[in-house]
Design a protein. Structure first.
Length: 338
């Protein structure tokens, strides 16, 4: 009995020491590999991880051909949007939250669909409706939730639109992810790492559940019912809805398809669209799926060939759809414009 007790205590102490040592090692490795300069990215605590610097200018490379670049600038709040004065009496504001699709990656600032939507509204007799581009490249649902909470008191929107894309449940990759974010679902970082090493090198497939949040190109796996990625994304959407409810403004979800995929029967991410739409119904929030009006169209004619993101024509189409939803929303358009 004594030997068993000693064995148990020794195992516990050894495991605790291994856990402490591994966590120290992981944090030290994170700090050493973290770039001493981050260009126009500002490091933030998890879960937001980073944001764009305010009043900055720069260039980003194309995703397919990195020799092709495009310029960008940010406003006083780090957004790719014009600087706006305080909200005027009679003005209505729609805040669009999203990632690089919303931000306008690989297109000019004025070609991004929130900016196009604002221009279209003005041309059609609604100069009192502003559309704010709250997209940030590489953001996922949890980061978007943090950004929304910060922007609500800044812009005082009358409605919020969340643009959901296919990798919104994945971790961001723009900057190294803090270890406490990567291992947030793991009781033991050390055992989670052992499980991942065994899966990768010993079994060549997932045998052990690691509870480690790592980037995967297999987006569908992240939307399995047991996936912590999808659970986190759902929780972030719920919290965004609740933030808007507390501010007494409507919250709407728009699902944007993957523009690198065929929009016909071979489109591979329909299960993600279905999962997001189903969750929207559970949350009792309107969900609009942009894949539906784009079905059967040539996706290559709507994407930037040297990058893969939506091109200017795609953004125009997205803006037209957004304008339609805005003008249908009660309280966003005055009677004299109807």
């Amino acid at each position: 009995m004594l030997r068993l007790l000693v064995l148990v205590l020794t195992t516990i102490v050894a495991s605790a020491c291994a856990e402490v040592a591994f966590r120290w090692h992981v944090w030290r490795r994170f700090e050493l590999k973290f770039p001493p300069w981050t260009d126009n990215l500002v490091r933030l605590p998890a879960p937001q991880v980073f944001e764009l610097k305010p009043n900055a200018t720069g260039v980003f490379p194309g995703g397919v051909d990195p020799t092709r670049t495009f310029p960008y600038r940010t406003n006083a709040h780090g957004l790719r949007d014009r600087d706006r004065s305080g909200k005027k009496l009679g003005t209505k504001r729609v805040l669009v939250i999203g990632d690089s699709y919303t931000w306008g990656y690989a297109v000019a600032e004025e070609e991004a669909y929130p900016q196009v939507a604002e221009r279209l509204l003005k041309e059609r007799g609604h100069p009192d409706i502003e559309v704010i581009n709250g997209g940030v490249p590489d953001y996922n649902s949890r980061q978007e939730r943090q950004l929304l909470e910060r922007l609500l008191p800044v812009y005082e929107p009358d409605a919020v639109v969340l643009s959901y894309v296919m990798n919104d449940a994945e971790p961001s990759t723009a900057l190294p992810t803090p270890p406490d974010e990567t291992y947030r679902h793991a009781n033991s970082w050390f055992l989670a790492e052992l499980a991942e090493v065994a899966n990768r090198h010993l079994f060549k497939r997932r045998v052990f559940e690691t509870n480690k949040d790592t980037v995967s190109g297999a987006y569908l796996e992240g939307f399995a019912s047991s996936s912590s990625k999808w659970k986190d994304s759902k929780q972030a959407m719920r919290e965004m809805r609740d933030l808007c409810a507390a501010a007494r403004i409507p919250f709407v979800v728009v699902i944007l398809p993957d523009f690198t995929q065929d929009f016909g029967d071979r489109y591979g991410f329909q299960p993600i669209h279905d999962a997001v739409a189903s969750w929207g119904r559970e949350l009792n929030v309107p969900v609009h799926d942009l894949l539906i009006p784009l079905r059967g169209e040539d996706h290559q004619s709507l994407s930037v060939p040297w990058d893969g993101h939506p091109n200017a024509e795609a953004h125009r189409r997205l803006a037209e759809f957004l304008v339609g939803r805005i003008l249908e929303a009660p309280g966003l358009s005055t009677d004299r414009h109807r």
